[in-house]
Design a protein around this ligand. Structure first.
Ligand code: F6R
Length: 610
């Protein structure tokens, strides 16, 4: 949610921090701040708004500070203003802390601290940590011991980095649930909330697990558990370079990432789906024996990842004959689902850090279910904790709205469905071979859909004055409709309802009137005629109709005001193609309305609080 960076041993700590923050800003951006070691004092500066506000405010920073910490914030406690921005300090101003997460028992801790004379300067849960650490320093503990003692009583989720004027070379950092990594370069120590923040400085990265504490110095570092046991540093494999994380000539990361989809899907299929060879999932830690015992599947995720799971449900049930339940992660763990050792729980998460999905995976493990994680981030918390992991290999996704990772998730789950069908013998080998060939063709077909970018832009331009949209689909077109509506809401800030087309008559059709735009997913499939009847119903009530249809389907085109075409494909693979015109439609509408598509208001790339 929030972004963290810390550096020690640099000739210019401020420059390293600001560069890292610029790469972190997508994680949360209602305010930002920095704290620097300043010859026996700590200098801090915090600003509400985007990072540019902070850049303007650090003109008088101490020259040649060698260590410091920085933060980009997405508010959870207290308004997004200057005083609630991080870093927070203790009563002396000699200690500064940045934090990502939520301290759930902050109110009780705050009351206790105020009772013993501590004065608070913000409304945040984070500041409680600063004063608690101070209270332990006051009784003679060193900084690491004081942080350890503080975190022992803190409940909730956190990644923290702390500096103190009394030990100018040292950064103490720790995590529980919220992500944290560390990096080393020649005479340079780094801590950060995610990989892009540190990649500008080093590729030598190490993982930090829950309840571990890092003491980072310029020329050494040490990881221990919160109980004080020494931990062997575990190197983190990094497949990304900095260039991959830049915009590559497109106006926005989102547009770049939409155009990267042929590559993302090809990479996800690579070595797993090979025509003439077959299917292979041998890098996933999946045990075929255990998988054969599976008698039920749950798919769990949030937002766009949930919709990918919803589309995959159709494929898994159809090909494997296994019952599949699909759950929103924040509901799953609290509704007491029926799980046992023969249940496969598939956790779908681009980031691998979304707290609801992470906690859902932990819940499933407690009930002895097998947990398979589908994620884009190597060594993310979910990847580490799952019994098995299937990486989507889409490359870094910077745009807040998920696009290429969604396609990669869809494809990864199609592969999983075929793999399970092969294991269970529910498809004939020649059927599987045929499907492998069709899967293999997808990157080419995706590239063809992207060629209609200009046409979709023109259609979006004509819809830019419309405020109400309905997205309709049937069968696998239904999750595509939901995803299309979500994209429009999150980046164009327009009201968009996604519905199964057959459900419309049971209430929502009352909202259709002259000028409403209905976007229908009407590609070729066994329910196309029924879908077209529903389209006729909304047209009869005055709606303008935009249809995603299969190339050459004249009858479908005749029912639409605008047609966005995709190549023909197997019905169960179609969501990989039909969602793309809807991503582009939302993108161009958002641009036409002057929105910042990469950083939509109120949203963060990774949601690490409940
Ligand atoms: C929408 C979007 C969100 C995420 C959701 C889950 O474009 O990006 O709905 O899909 O927050 O995030 P992950 O996949 O990281 O668990």
């Amino acid at each position: 949610m929030c972004g963290i960076i810390g550096v020690t041993g640099s000739a210019d700590a401020l420059a390293v921090i600001m560069e890292g923050l610029s790469r972190l800003e997508y994680r949360g951006y209602d305010s930002a701040g920095v704290a620097l070691q300043d010859g026996g004092k700590v200098w801090t500066r915090r600003r509400a708004g985007k990072l540019a506000e902070l850049v303007e405010a650090v003109g008088d920073a101490p020259a040649r500070a060698t260590a410091g910490i920085g933060h980009t914030r997405w508010a959870t406690h207290g308004r997004p203003d200057d005083r609630n921005a991080h870093p927070h300090t203790d009563c002396t101003g000699r200690l500064a802390i940045v934090h990502n997460g939520i301290i759930e028992n902050h109110a009780a801790l705050r009351a206790e601290l105020e009772g013993t004379g501590h004065t608070f300067a913000s409304d945040t849960d984070t500041e409680v940590l600063a004063h608690l650490i101070e209270s332990h320093l006051d009784v003679g503990m060193d900084l690491a011991a004081a942080v350890r003692a503080t975190l022992a009583v803190a409940q909730g989720a956190f990644a923290v980095a702390v500096i103190h004027a009394g030990d100018p070379d040292l950064i103490v950092a720790s995590r529980r649930v919220s992500p944290l990594i560390i990096g080393r370069a020649d005479g340079l120590g780094l801590v950060g909330s995610d990989i892009p923040a540190l990649l500008g400085q080093t590729r030598e990265l190490y993982a930090v697990d829950d309840d571990q504490l890092v003491e980072m110095r310029a020329d050494s570092f040490r990881i221990t558990t919160l109980d004080g046991a020494e931990v062997e540093p575990r190197p983190l494999r990094v497949d990304w370079d900095l260039e991959q994380a830049e915009k590559g000539g497109y106006d926005d990361f989102m547009l770049k990432e939409i155009h990267e989809q042929p590559r993302a899907v090809a990479d996800t299929l690579l070595g797993r789906v090979t025509p003439g060879v077959g299917l292979s999932l041998d890098q996933t830690r999946l045990d075929d024996g255990e998988l054969r015992e599976i008698d039920k599947v749950f798919i769990v995720g949030c937002g766009t990842s949930y919709y990918a799971g919803l589309a995959a449900k159709y494929a898994i049930e159809h090909w494997t004959r296994l019952p599949v339940e699909i759950d929103i992660a924040s509901e799953f763990r609290y509704r007491d689902p029926v799980l046992d050792r023969n249940t496969l729980v598939v956790g779908v998460s681009q980031s691998g850090e979304t707290v609801d999905t992470l906690q859902a995976m932990r819940h499933a493990k407690r009930w002895k279910a097998k947990v398979l994680v589908i994620t884009n981030v190597v060594d993310s918390s979910m990847a580490r904790e799952g019994d098995a992991v299937l990486y989507t290999r889409a490359g870094p996704e910077i745009g807040v709205a998920a696009t290429k990772t969604h396609l990669a998730q869809l494809v990864a789950m199609e592969v999983l469905a075929l793999y399970l069908a092969q294991l269970r013998g529910t498809l004939y080998p020649d059927e599987i071979n045929d499907l492998i060939h069709q899967l293999h063709r997808l990157p080419e077909d995706i590239a063809r859909v992207l060629e209609s970018n200009d046409h979709i832009e023109a259609v979006a331009e004509q819809c830019k004055g419309v405020r109400d949209f309905f997205f309709l689909g049937r069968h696998v077109g239904y999750p595509v409709a939901l995803e299309g509506a979500l994209k429009l809401k999150e980046i164009a800030y327009l009201r968009a309802e996604g519905y199964p087309a057959g459900e419309l008559k049971h209430g929502p059709i009352a909202l259709i009137e002259e000028g409403t735009v209905v976007v229908g997913v009407a590609n070729r499939g066994h329910l196309l005629d029924k879908m077209l009847s529903n389209v006729a119903e909304v047209r009869a009530r005055g709606a303008s109709v935009v249809l995603v249809s299969t190339e050459g389907d004249e009858a479908t085109a005749a029912l639409a005001d605008h047609v966005l075409t995709v190549p023909d494909s197997h019905e169960l693979f179609a969501p990989v193609l039909t969602v793309i015109p809807l991503q582009l439609f939302a993108y161009h509408l958002a641009k036409a309305r002057g929105n910042d598509v990469d950083k939509p208001r109120n949203l963060a790339k990774t949601v690490t609080v409940e």
